[in-house]
Design a protein. Sequence first.
Length: 202
Amino acid sequence: MPAKKKAVKKKIEANTLVPLETYLSAGIHIGTNRKTKYMSKYIYNIRPDGLSILNISQIDERLRILAEFISKLEPDDLLVVARRENAKKAVKMFNKATGIKVMVGRYLPGTLTNPNFENYVEPKVILINDVWYDKQALKDALSARIMIIALCDTNNNTNNVDFVVPCNNKGRKSLGLIYYILAREYCKAKKLDFPYKLEQFS
């Protein structure tokens, strides 16, 4: 790699949450072959095979903002919902590291809206792993007027989302990296031990 490119790369990496290679190897920037108007501003390029490529700088920036925001919350203030199979390990590790409530697998209607429901919770914020897969949770969060944060791929609609994190929200490694970063930054801000490695999240 030419010296100039190395210098630019080093300068960029100095300001990212993890090295660029870590983002790239996790495929956090690999979108789908479908894009919505909502996600077009986060798309950096379209590959010859039709896959959209998300802007890694924007992903890093949004993750940084989100990490800073959730670090001001108490564990009961946030609920993470993820039905997708590839997210389960990462989300469970996120819960283990932070104590933040999570719901993996099928979301039970009424969790956010029915006080008589056995598993009823009242978070201030919900983090949704995929607005399509977790659409019932999104619907309930809207009814309960809870702030909605969502991990969104290029094929997602975001019109009901308060804060979007553009990313590959389908891949196991990508999701592992996202929840690892959020857990690490949360624990750092709260001055909690974080003896975990990235591999444990994916």
